[in-house]
Design a protein around this ligand. Structure first.
Ligand code: C2E
Ligand code: CA
Ligand code: CA
Length: 578
């Protein structure tokens, strides 16, 4: 009888009898025959090897014993259906499924099943190949193609695939996902201080943290270097609500990343900058989405680090502007467009103690560009090192010049050192060189560091600060109160001064809370033996309140805006008290 959908083998009984056993026992595949009820009638050697049973253990028993639970339950019903309808679902169709070994192990198999009809009696022949190794090899290849070897997380290609899938899903049924691009802040200096093995450990730890934080509600991938991507799907269908959820996720992630790491026995603090966008029904390619998220991350990084930014279409323009500014900045030093201005620092009598040197850039077509705009750009590109060295040399030359006049010889100059500069291994030698070459008095040079330098390895930091201290250079902690400083840092590090951030001063004469905070900072400085200065003092009443808190050094528009060196000198010479 012909079964169009299920090819039946046609046996010549004479041949079968002659070669049957020999063939059965020598093929690599398991060959199992059953009668019409599914009871096994033969079980070759390969079947024994693959399933673990000897032939005599299984002959006469139902073949479903070789199948794991879901298949086993359906097996008898399949046979009954086939017998009555001859509708082949499994028979004649080779497929990958699972086998059950005698020891209970479930393993992948390739199964092809044929029906034989002889004298009106149906029987079945199953050919089974163990494909565990093949599957293992396939998943290894998949791991190589889709996973990152260092962290075990999926890679960039995987993210692009997932984005493509989300696109088509959202196009059909709507919905939102968040794509978050994360980049560890100052990873390069982490690598320098921790060594490469430490850097790798930091990357692994970061991957784990991100994964932990998403808690199964999103997926993390490593894109390469210190860049990670997260995809959080199933956000609200309302775009505004989804945006809010995405922002909350960013905050949670940032918080989680901020906690201290234990890397190679050292405590290590990091942070990251995040760029985020909502993935919707999608006209943009997955590659473009990833590029946009990266742009938003760069924006976060250039604004303040340790923060997140949403992608906005105008960021493309911003990026172009940044690139052109950076280009111009590289030329600015050669074209002598950079200059320092000096803002006086005075005591309670109004006597000038020194000045903070602040950088100015006179751009040929844009006019004055604020350091708040170009310093982050210079930091990001690493160009700040060159700029910083120029500032250092200028300040030292100025100090050397002041040394020759009685009225200016006692003045100090404070220069701003960004964390990138400070972390550069060449920084301390460069300070020493600049002092030696210029002949400036090291005791008149003050370095203003922000709390962001405190996020690195404490022992390395202490070593550098001590080396500077040994030269006689003063160390001031800028923007105090806005970062992470703990008492432990302040106690252990050889600092000379805290500079209370302007944000505490703005409302000190109106806000009791700010006044209490400032008083606390001043008292703390007294206990720790540090001097204290307030920045951004604009009004007499702010100054009064600061004096009442015990703070006796000031800098701000009240005593003088940043000015040229000549103007500062004139101010010192006329010695105008406030
Ligand atoms: P900063 O170190 O906190 O400097 C103080 C900023 O506040 C200066 O802005 C100064 O002009 C401004 N300021 C001073 N007094 C007052 C006041 O009474 N009221 C108000 N509203 N503002 C006041 P500037 O010069 O624009 O500098 C901005 C930032 O750029 C600086 O903040 C510093 O972080 C960075 N910067 C400036 N020069 C350098 C430099 O040579 N190297 C590095 N690495 N950073 C620099
Ligand atoms: Ca400063
Ligand atoms: Ca400051």
């Amino acid at each position: 009888m012909n079964l169009p959908m299920c090819p039946a083998l046609v046996f010549d009984p004479a041949d079968a009898a002659q070669h049957g056993q020999a063939i059965l026992d020598n093929v690599l595949e398991a060959i199992i025959t059953t009668d019409s009820r599914g009871l096994m009638t033969s079980f070759n050697r390969a079947a024994t090897r693959i399933f673990g049973y000897a032939a005599q253990e299984v002959i006469g028993r139902n073949v479903s014993m070789l199948m794991p639970a879901p298949d086993r339950a359906q097996h008898d019903a399949h046979m009954v259906r086939y017998e009555s309808t001859r509708e082949a679902r499994v028979i004649g169709v080779g497929r990958e499924t699972f086998g059950l070994h005698k020891c209970g192990l479930v393993f992948p198999i390739q199964l092809s099943l044929s029906a034989i009809e002889r004298d009106g009696q149906l029987s079945y022949v199953g050919l089974v190949r163990d494909i565990s190794e093949q599957k293992e090899a396939e998943s290894h290849i998949e791991r190589l193609a889709y996973y990152d070897a260092l962290t075990g997380l999926p890679n960039r290609r995987w993210v692009l695939d997932q984005l493509a899938q989300l696109h088509s899903r959202f196009a059909k049924q709507g919905g939102h996902a968040a794509l978050i691009f994360a980049d560890i802040d100052r990873f390069k200096s982490a690598n320098d201080t921790l060594g490469h093995a430490g850097g790798d450990a930091l990357l692994r730890a970061t991957g784990m943290r991100l994964k932990d934080c998403l808690d199964g509600q999103g997926l993390v991938a490593r894109l390469g270097g210190d860049e990670f991507a997260m995809l959080i799907s199933d956000l609200d269908t309302d775009a505004d609500m989804a945006q809010l959820e995405a922002a909350q996720w960013c905050q949670r992630l940032l918080h989680r990343l901020r906690c201290e790491h234990q890397i190679a026995g050292q405590e290590y603090r990091t942070s990251a900058s995040l760029g985020v966008l909502l993935v919707r029904d999608g006209r943009e390619s997955p590659e473009a989405l990833l590029a946009h998220a990266e742009l938003a991350m760069q924006q976060a990084k250039s604004e303040s680090r340790d923060t997140y930014r949403f992608y906005a279409a105008e960021m493309g323009r911003l990026a172009a502007l940044r690139a052109s500014l950076l280009n111009d900045l590289r030329l600015a030093l050669q074209r002598q467009e950079l200059a320092l201005v000096y803002q006086p620092q005075v005591d309670e009598w109004g006597d000038v103690l020194g000045a903070e040197a602040l950088l100015r850039w006179r751009h040929p077509s844009r006019g004055m560009v604020s350091p708040a705009d170009f310093i982050p750009l210079a930091e990001q590109s690493g160009f700040i090192i060159e700029i910083g060295q120029w500032v250092l040399r200028q300040a030292c030359d100025m100090l050397a010049g002041w040394r020759r006049h009685r009225q200016t010889a006692v003045l100090s100059i404070a220069i701003n050192i960004s964390a990138t500069e400070f972390l550069d291994p060449e920084f301390v030698p460069a300070v020493s060189r600049a002092l030696a070459v210029s002949g400036a008095d090291p005791r008149r040079l003050k370095l203003e560091l922000t709390e962001s330098v405190l996020t690195v390895d404490l022992s390395d930091l202490a070593r550098k600060l001590s080396a500077l201290k040994c030269m006689g250079v003063g160390l001031s902690l800028d923007d105090f109160g806005t970062g992470y400083s703990s008492m432990a840092y302040l106690r252990e590090l050889p600092l000379d001064q805290l500079k209370i951030d302007r944000s505490f001063i703005v409302e000190i004469d109106r806000s009791a809370r700010d006044e209490v905070l400032v008083r606390g900072m001043v008292d703390m400085c007294r206990v720790l033996g540090l001097s204290v200065i307030a920045e951004g003092v604009e009004t007499p009443s702010q100054r009064e309140r600061l004096l009442a808190c015990g703070c006796t050094s000031f800098q701000g528009y009240l005593t003088g805006r940043p000015m040229s060196a000549e103007d500062l000198r004139a101010m010192v010479e006329t010695c105008q008290p406030v």
